[in-house]
Design a protein around this ligand. Structure first.
Ligand code: SF4
Ligand code: SF4
Length: 375
């Protein structure tokens, strides 16, 4: 079978298995990206979750012998929830970002990559393939951009004309010389909305992100959240969508295309207080299948405490006092102390003063002092 014929049949097949967009590019090195990644490393702007070897991230031939092409795929995810519960006094809610709604996208994208791999093997028995999603070496967004899936927005998302930036990406490197697609034109124009609204100033300039300031990254860390960000994360308990929700290119892109990505509203916007005392077993049973649970329950609980502080939720004071006294994890005890100071009131003040006498951990003690100063 000729390559062009194979490519067009593959494109059809991909659509039939729920791939919303497919693009092709060569396996040549990503030269410009290499410089950009080195610069990001020098500036300390990376999250630390990514592959640290810049060569591997930018040279497909180092990942697959005889690499000729990369197939990029995109699956669109919903931007709106049906029957979204509304939080209120006494029953405040947090929010998981959209990329954590429904089943873990790593599973959904990997399933499609696997099917494409099997489809190719059936037609080209000696084909060589290496596929990846998110945690692979290649930079999904750079591949998608070059393969014509979308342009790279000033908010660093890949924006498609069809689904906006609400897409999951994955790719397969192959030794088949597929015909490359053309990248699509950047349509950001003079707009700077995403840069203007970012709560932490994480978009340093168009297309350059300081991950260390980005709430999407900060909500995934396990230590104390630095003070300057505590009042900025709002009720986000995992991820941040602000620079996407404001983007005019996402207007009207609801993307209710896949049943598997439709969120359970009680999980995507969970009540905050029950999260404070949830057991490991319960957490796994409830949230284990969503991508936002990959760092375990501790960051989610820390963020839930900060969200309760954001709402100044007085009803949470007894629970916060309890975890400040009893939780084994200093980050949770200390964050609870800070939150009690933020919420204030006699009960919180009394508990903080008592904790100051009792607490042994220097980091927690510092948070107690900060809490007292906030009263
Ligand atoms: Fe800023 Fe949130 Fe976008 Fe990160 S995800 S750049 S914090 S708006
Ligand atoms: Fe581009 Fe404006 Fe969207 Fe930012 S908000 S990505 S500048 S179109």
């Amino acid at each position: 079978m000729k390559v062009a014929e194979l490519q067009s049949e593959l494109t059809e097949y991909a659509k039939s298995i729920g791939v919303d967009k497919i693009g092709f590019t060569t396996a040549s090195p990503f030269h410009e990206l290499k410089n950009r990644l080195r610069r990001q490393q020098e500036l300390g702007f990376q999250s630390g979750f990514e592959e640290s070897d810049v060569e591997l991230r930018t040279e497909p031939l180092k990942l697959l012998d005889g690499a000729e092409s990369i197939i990029a795929i995109a699956l669109a995810y919903p931007s709106r929830m049906e029957n979204a519960p509304i939080g209120k006094k006494g029953a405040r809610r947090g929010i998981f970002c959209r990329a954590s709604w429904g089943v873990d996208y790593h599973v959904a994208v990997r399933e499609r990559l696997q099917l494409i791999e099997e489809w190719l093997i059936a037609r080209v028995p000696d084909v060589k393939i290496k596929s990846m999603v998110d945690t692979g070496e290649l930079v999904d967004r750079a591949v998608a951009e070059r393969a014509g899936i979308g342009w790279s927005g000033k908010n660093c998302s890949i924006i498609t004309p069809e689904f906006g930036s609400y897409i999951y990406l994955g790719e397969l490197i192959t030794n088949i010389p597929f015909i490359p697609d053309e990248p699509i034109e950047d349509e950001c124009g003079d707009c700077t909305l995403c840069i203007d609204v970012c709560p932490t100033g994480a978009i340093v300039e168009a297309g350059q992100l300081n991950s260390q300031r980005c709430i999407a990254f900060l909500t995934q860390t396990k230590g104390f959240l630095p003070d300057e960000f505590r009042s900025k994360i709002g009720n986000r308990i995992y991820g941040c969508d602000t620079c996407q929700t404001v983007c005019p290119k996402n207007k009207g892109k609801i993307n209710w295309l896949h049943e598997e990505f439709k969120p359970d509203p009680e999980l995507a916007k969970p009540l905050l207080q029950p999260l404070l005392t949830i057991s490991n077993k319960e957490f796994k049973a409830k949230f284990g299948h969503v991508s936002g649970s990959w760092r375990g329950k501790k960051p989610i609980q820390r963020n839930a405490i900060l969200a309760l502080a954001h709402f100044k939720e007085e009803a949470a004071v007894p629970d916060l006092i309890d975890i400040m006294k009893r939780d084994e994890r200093p980050v949770i005890r200390g964050t609870a102390a800070w939150a009690l100071g933020k919420i204030g009131g006699d009960e919180a003040a009394q508990a903080l003063r008592a904790a100051k006498v009792r607490e042994q951990d220097p980091e927690v003690l510092l948070e107690i002092q900060k809490g007292i100063a906030l009263l």
